[in-house]
Design a protein around this ligand. Structure first.
Ligand code: HSE
Length: 372
């Protein structure tokens, strides 16, 4: 992906730290956020609301030194931004473009890359819009942050699905971490469970419901609600991607299965390798009548080892009602990791949403702090 980076050496998930947690070593962590939509605001609200708990229980006292967003503009304070003020500026009804530039009397004119290079953050949180064709602008943000000496934490599937190995290699070469727990099932810990708690296991198959928007739509359609109405609610609730085509045509799950295939199963898969079909071709009557036949439609993402190969697919499947995944309704996600040493491990939980995804970022930031 990066012509300038060395290639060829397999890299393990950089979230796996070889260091034992170092509580209280250096308790300050300077953070910058690149992107300030739903997920970025979710993280900032958590940092504000859980300030005391994080300090008391984890000796974690982060400082947000910069926020930069293509619509809201940039604000910066090396001593730490007032989080209430930052949130207030962008959440005002009818907030104008560039609202963050009104944070102080001195307008900060940095764009995202200048912010990353100049703000002096220890960790860059990348939460711009996902693009799984080019990975941009997130890919350049991640590369710039690592080159500037900052850890990278992201929920953006684009750079991880497209360039995980290159970015991990770059991070390791700088003794930094590249972490992305929230790219799969948001704050429900799937990647850390597979790579840390289940370290040493081989996974023969990973199969699950990995998109909250489509699971919500299918659950509502089963109750007789029209597709467009259910999609519209999913957008209002903040579950859907900015362009919901990524959800309903299965591209979002494609990115997630590529991440699972590469990071958890050691594959070298591209998004083009995944067989994909979304839910838009499903007949409404077939969805609502499925329980009468003993079934339920789900959009299933699957990665499987077949001989020496790892193959992946995203397709709607009418599951028998007895299948454990058939009972997972609404925006909830679920994934079963079929491991050699423990057998099937199923994880069920939130797969989208402001708080749950903000929480995933927090868990990665705290993990970086713990590693010292
Ligand atoms: N749009 C995604 C979903 C968000 O609905 O699951 C999390 O990737």
């Amino acid at each position: 992906m990066f012509g300038t980076l060395p290639t060829g050496t397999p890299i393990e998930y950089s979230a796996v730290s070889s260091s034992f947690p170092q509580w209280g070593s250096d308790v300050s962590q300077k953070i910058c956020l690149i992107g300030f939509g739903t997920v970025g605001r979710g993280l900032v609200e958590i940092l504000r609301d859980k300030r005391d708990l994080l300090a008391e229980q984890f000796e974690y006292q982060p400082t947000v030194v910069a926020v930069s967003d293509v619509f809201h503009g940039t604000c910066h304070d090396p001593a730490g931004l007032d989080l209430d003020r930052v949130l207030d500026l962008v959440s005002r009804k009818g907030a104008e473009p560039g609202a963050l530039t009104g944070y102080s009397d001195t307008v900060c004119e940095w764009d995202s890359l200048e912010t990353i290079r100049q703000c002096g953050a220890d960790a860059m949180v990348e939460v711009t819009l996902t693009n799984i064709e080019t990975g941009e602008p997130a890919l350049s943000h991640c590369q710039a942050a690592l080159e500037a000496g900052a850890h990278v934490v992201t929920t953006n599937k684009g750079p991880v699905a497209l360039a995980w190995r290159d970015l991990s290699r770059l991070a390791r070469s700088r003794d930094l971490q590249f972490r992305f727990e929230g790219t799969v099932m948001s704050g429900t810990p799937v990647l850390s469970t597979a790579t840390e708690a289940l370290a040493g296991c081989d996974f023969g198959r990973i199969r699950g419901i990995l998109n909250g928007t489509t699971n919500y739509i299918l659950s509502e359609m089963e109750q007789g609600r029209p597709y467009e109405e259910a999609l519209s609610t999913a957008q209002e609730l903040g579950y859907a991607e900015a362009d919901p085509t990524a959800d309903v045509e299965g591209y979002d799950v494609v990115a997630k299965v590529v991440i699972l295939a590469n990071v958890v199963m050691g594959a070298d898969m591209n998004v083009a390798d995944v067989v994909r079909e979304g839910i838009t071709g499903l007949d409404a009557d077939s969805v609502s009548s499925a329980p009468g036949r003993g079934g339920r439609w789900k959009l299933i993402g699957q990665v499987e080892r077949v001989g020496e190969e790892v193959v992946a697919s995203v397709t709607p499947v009418e599951l028998p009602l007895e299948d454990p995944l058939a009972s997972v309704g609404g925006v909830t996600n679920a994934v079963t990791l079929e491991s050699d040493l423990v057998g099937p491990v199923t994880i069920v939980g939130a797969g989208a949403g402001k708080e749950a995804t903000g929480m995933a970022l927090l868990s990665d930031l705290v993990a970086i702090q713990r590693a010292g």
